[in-house]
Design a protein around this ligand. Structure first.
Ligand SMILES: Cc1cc2nc3c(=O)[nH]c(=O)nc-3n(C[C@H](O)[C@H](O)[C@H](O)COP(=O)(O)OP(=O)(O)OC[C@H]3O[C@@H](n4cnc5c(N)ncnc54)[C@H](O)[C@@H]3O)c2cc1C
Length: 351
């Protein structure tokens, strides 16, 4: 049986980042990354995303920088029932996500990290680590295991037996219509059940998505359609022994924004640092005390989910990017205070 100091299952944002930071931190650590998808399927899978990430995300990810930028984003537009359209400053990027990830994986490999295409079918703890059984028939023992295997994580289901608090099933369509190049557009309404409809630029096209079954793209020229779940709300246990759950496997996407790339990459880094520092439990401590895991986001999501269009309209009336307006709304509408309080933090930590 092959043995490795660390095995990373999944080469998405969480796994790619974990690999890069593990090998950057130690040339001696023998690291293997496993992903089940071939190049074409990998690109298709990782295109299934709005591909939006904030500039702030890269402060936590240095020396990684935004590459393969398709659009520079400077504003967020939010449409509300009743016709209000609120515009706020939002600095970030739409990346060509598959190309960006390939770049991170190339850096990981150039640092001596190993990669193999195979799927993990079974994971079992033994006295010396975790034994992974692969579709190819091979068995691998991991001294440290980083589970970056996404929303339906096999490792979460079999070794942690925990399900995400919320699995938001979404559909996203690549359509032949242009939306503003520099803006992320969101539409809020009762029909989206706490979520929203998004319209993001995608080169000459755009990406339009919403919680599954809540809206349609009738009348649009649709180029490609995907459906996928976004797990949100965090888990109570993120590490057990030398096994770490990161990114979507740990349901880390922000419940209000559904943004998950940044926290996936950051959690990959934090798990790598816990391994390198020989302090596995520091990973759980980081998450529990991090602003990214604040329960205020889940509370706000549940509140929005229960609101009617009338509530949305009242909550949005008079709102704007001006902090004084927000303060006025906050003071005059106590029933929406928890939402207003979460508004700015979701812009800071949610993407
Ligand atoms: C429609 C949609 C739009 C989104 N838009 C945005 C956005 O604009 N901005 C944002 O920040 N977030 C967005 N998200 C969320 C974001 O895509 C995820 O949170 C992020 O991809 C999580 O990264 P990850 O590495 O944890 O998991 P994933 O990206 O799911 O990667 C998991 C990897 O693990 C591999 N894998 C899985 N199982 C196995 C196995 N058994 N063996 C081997 N390999 C395996 C997969 O092949 C995959 O490559 C969106 C999500 C959806 C569904």
């Amino acid at each position: 049986m092959d043995e490795h100091d660390a095995v990373i299952v999944g080469a998405g944002p969480a796994g790619a980042s974990a690999g890069f930071f593990l090998r950057s931190g130690s040339e001696d650590l023998d690291v293997l990354m496993v992903d089940r998808l071939d190049d074409a399927k990998y690109a298709r899978y990782h295109r299934m995303c709005g591909e939006a990430i904030s500039r702030a995300a890269f402060k936590d990810l240095a020396p990684l920088t935004p590459t393969n930028v398709v659009h520079n984003i400077s504003r967020m537009r939010e449409g509300w029932p009743g016709g209000a359209m609120i515009e706020t400053r939002a600095i970030g990027y739409i990346l060509d996500r598959p190309a960006f990830l390939r770049g991170v994986l190339e850096r990981y490999r150039s640092l001596g990290g190993k990669m193999v295409r195979d799927a993990v079918e079974k994971a079992e703890a033994d006295g010396k680590g975790t034994v992974l059984t692969m579709t190819s028939g091979k068995s691998i023992r991991a001294k440290h295991l980083i589970a970056a295997d996404g929303a339906r994580s096999l490792i979460r289901r079999t070794l942690f037996r925990e399900e995400p608090p919320v699995m938001m099933w979404t559909e996203q369509h690549l359509i032949r219509r242009r939306v503003p190049d520099d803006a992320l557009t969101f539409l809020q309404a009762e029909r989206y059940k706490g979520g929203y409809r998004w319209e993001f630029p995608a080169g000459e096209l755009s990406r339009v998505g919403f919680p599954r079954g809540t809206d349609s793209v009738e009348g649009e020229e649709v180029v490609e359609t995907h459906q996928r779940a976004i797990p949100m709300g965090g888990l109570s246990t993120l590490m057990r022994g030398n096994v770490y759950l990161v990114g979507d496997a740990a349901a880390m996407a922000n419940p209000l924004t559904a943004g998950g790339i940044r926290i996936a990459m950051l959690s990959g880094r934090k798990a790598a640092e816990a391994i390198l520092g020989g302090r596995p439990e520091s990973y759980q401590r980081w998450w529990s005390s991090s602003p990214f895991s604040s329960q205020r986001f889940m509370r706000a999501f549940l509140k929005l989910k229960a609101m009617t269009d009338d509530d949305y309209e009242r909550a949005a009336r008079g709102l704007g990017s001006d902090p004084l307006r927000l303060a006025w709304c906050y003071l005059s509408r106590p029933e929406f205070r928890d939402l207003y309080r979460t508004y700015a933090p979701s812009g800071i930590y949610g993407w």
